[in-house]
Design a protein around this ligand. Structure first.
Ligand code: ADP
Length: 133
């Protein structure tokens, strides 16, 4: 089951819509690909001047030693069942780059065997006045 919970009255952000959509599709796509049973939840909120988006799954999880590695190009976790699912090992590296281009961060929280949560934080860009430039 997939759920999406979007906070009410979120402000309109500025950013590269096409690339940010790519990031979300990558995270949601991974969650669907790796989760055999259980649920995937997508949460979107605005917290302290940031947009916060979390994609949470009940899949195989990622060992702490692998959590930093998966954001590097061509890295796939060897030991778990995830490698046999195919893929390029590029999605998270590209996602990280796109999020950082927006001044944001991406991080994973996971316990092996009990799922993963990928969280993006993207600062809300304030419209600058023409005079200020
Ligand atoms: P790909 O999915 O094409 O292999 P990614 O860069 O998106 O490449 O992911 C890298 C690796 O991180 C995956 O191969 C997998 O081992 C691990 N991974 C990513 N997302 C998840 C997830 N939701 N649950 C478990 N492992 C994951």
């Amino acid at each position: 089951m997939l759920t999406a919970t979007v906070a009410e009255k979120l402000p309109i952000g500025r950013g590269d819509e096409r690339r940010l959509t790519q990031v979300l599709l990558n995270l949601a796509g991974n969650a669907v690909k790796f989760t055999e049973t259980g649920a995937i939840d997508i949460l979107a909120d605005a917290v302290d001047g940031h947009f916060e988006i979390t994609v949470r799954d009940t899949g195989p999880g990622i060992a702490s030693k692998d959590q930093a590695l998966i954001f590097e190009e061509f890295q796939q976790v060897d030991s778990s069942s995830t490698k046999q699912k195919g893929g390029t090992g590029l999605g998270l590296a590209i996602s990280k780059r796109i999020v950082e281009m927006h001044g944001g961060t991406i991080e994973v929280e996971s316990v092996l065997g009990s799922g993963s949560a990928f969280r993006l934080k993207i600062p809300m860009r304030v419209e600058e006045s023409a005079e200020a430039a």
